[in-house]
Design a protein around this ligand. Structure first.
Ligand SMILES: C[S@@+](CC[C@H](N)C(=O)[O-])C[C@H]1O[C@@H](n2cnc3c(N)ncnc32)[C@H](O)[C@@H]1O
Length: 224
């Protein structure tokens, strides 16, 4: 048994995968080194022994869209997916401007752009959005000056909530151990606690007795 509450990322992912629904679009809004994207792919696309690969046919009918601002993150995610037997399609800016029908595209797509553009990207696929995952902060092992920030994260979360289907989930792992992260977390909490309780249900998980600003999880589901 994994002791889930000792690892915030493990806890977040174990909750997140419960919200995967067949035929839906799943968005990793900060794919970074690709660990979350891989976990989502393994959970959403490997149903009933379906094979890995670039075929648009998966038994679940889900599609994973991984977004990151940095080229290195897209490269790392791509490499991790390939290492694990998946062949993602990487969206170039030309691809994003194309009108390739969703049915013809790969089950995993990666886009190098800001998650503020989540709506226009999602609109390319006529699929309900059941899950949007944000793992905020900077790229582990990468440039620590490139970090998510309150303004663009809030804009992306607002868009994600607009996209979200009923009973879908937006999961945000927040890191407040650096000044920008502290500000971002506060902005997200201020935003989330004002969400209309008739439409959204919000949960906030905090590792209360841990030292050094441990990560925290904000979960928002759409009720109607
Ligand atoms: C903590 S890392 C994500 C870790 C990743 N989920 C994993 O499993 O390895 C945060 C990522 O957010 C990305 N990022 C920062 N600002 C962004 C933005 N506006 N849009 C999309 N990605 C952004 C960074 O480039 C970085 O790769």
């Amino acid at each position: 048994m994994k002791n889930l509450i000792q690892s915030t990322t493990e806890l977040a992912m174990s909750i997140v995968v419960q919200y995967i629904q067949p035929g839906c679009l799943i968005i990793d809004a900060t794919c970074g080194n690709g660990h979350d994207t891989l976990r989502l792919a393994e959970s959403a696309l490997c149903v009933s022994g379906s094979s890995k690969g670039s075929s648009s046919e998966t038994s679940s009918g889900c599609r994973i869209l991984g977004i990151d601002l940095q080229e290195v993150s897209i490269e790392n995610t791509c490499a991790l997916l390939i290492e694990n037997g998946w062949h993602p399609q990487v969206l170039s800016s030309e691809w994003q401007n194309d009108s390739v029908p969703a049915a013809d595209s790969a089950p995993i797509l990666l886009a190098q752009t800001s998650h503020e553009n989540i709506k226009s990207l999602a609109a390319r696929f006529q699929q309900d959005v059941c899950l949007v995952v944000f793992n905020l902060g900077y790229l582990p092992g990468g440039d620590k000056t490139v970090t998510t920030d309150a303004g663009s994260t809030l804009a992306a979360v607002r868009s994600a909530l607009e996209l979200l289907m009923r009973d879908g989930l937006v999961c945000i792992t927040m890191y407040s151990g650096h000044p920008a992260g502290k500000k971002e977390k506060q902005a997200l909490l201020d935003f989330a606690k004002e969400l209309d309780a008739r439409t959204y249900h919000v949960s906030y998980i905090n590792m209360l007795n841990q030292q050094n600003d441990p990560p925290e999880i904000l979960l928002i589901t759409r009720k109607r």
